[in-house]
Design a protein around this ligand. Structure first.
Ligand code: SF4
Ligand code: SF4
Length: 166
């Protein structure tokens, strides 16, 4: 249970997972935000208004997967580090996972980072495709990681440091 372990259950994840049909259309944001807390910066980050927190600020966010284009602008704006973008159309065998990251050192594009699942378990070494700074007054980076397609819904973090070149 999330409240005891800090790890969402498979049912939690399933409840926010877009359909395979939607995944086939391109990148899409997934809000793994399951606790009712007064929070909504994600709604303001999305110019397409794909994220809604309704009927009041304590509700969990809902993403309209038909409106979201997977731009990733909401990732660094979420203080809970709960939003990810998954692109299963990235390559024949690879998906791109965009995840929030707030630790130093930050990896560089071209390096490999050790991918972790939601419990912190190591899943392998994956290529960092791009690193996007959060911008002015925002120290949250977005790490774009190429992962095997079957791990697209598993990799949700990277281990801090020890990045491999090439
Ligand atoms: S990825 Fe872009 S379009 Fe999708 S919810 Fe986030 S900000 Fe909106
Ligand atoms: S900003 Fe993040 S933590 Fe806050 S409601 Fe949105 S997804 Fe949840």
């Amino acid at each position: 249970m999330l409240i005891e372990t800090g790890i969402p259950t498979p049912e939690d994840i399933q409840s926010v997972t877009p359909s395979e049909e939607r995944f086939r259309k391109g990148p899409v944001a997934i809000a793994e935000c399951f606790q009712k807390i007064p929070c909504n910066p994600c709604t303001k980050a999305c110019v397409k208004q794909a994220i809604r927190v309704e009927p009041d600020i304590n509700e969990t966010p809902k993403i309209d997967y038909d409106v979201c284009n997977g731009c990733g602008a909401c990732i660094a704006r979420c203080p809970g580090l709960a939003i990810f973008v998954v692109d299963k159309t990235y390559g024949e065998n690879e998906a791109l996972v965009k995840l929030p990251f707030e630790f130093l050192p930050i990896p560089e594009a071209g390096q490999k980072a050790c991918g972790l699942d939601r419990s912190g378990k190591e899943l392998g070494w994956f290529r960092v495709e791009k690193v996007i700074p959060g911008g002015k007054k925002n120290m949250t980076y977005t790490i774009c990681l190429a992962v095997p397609k079957e791990l697209a819904m598993e990799v949700r973090n990277i281990r801090v440091g020890g990045y491999q070149n090439g």
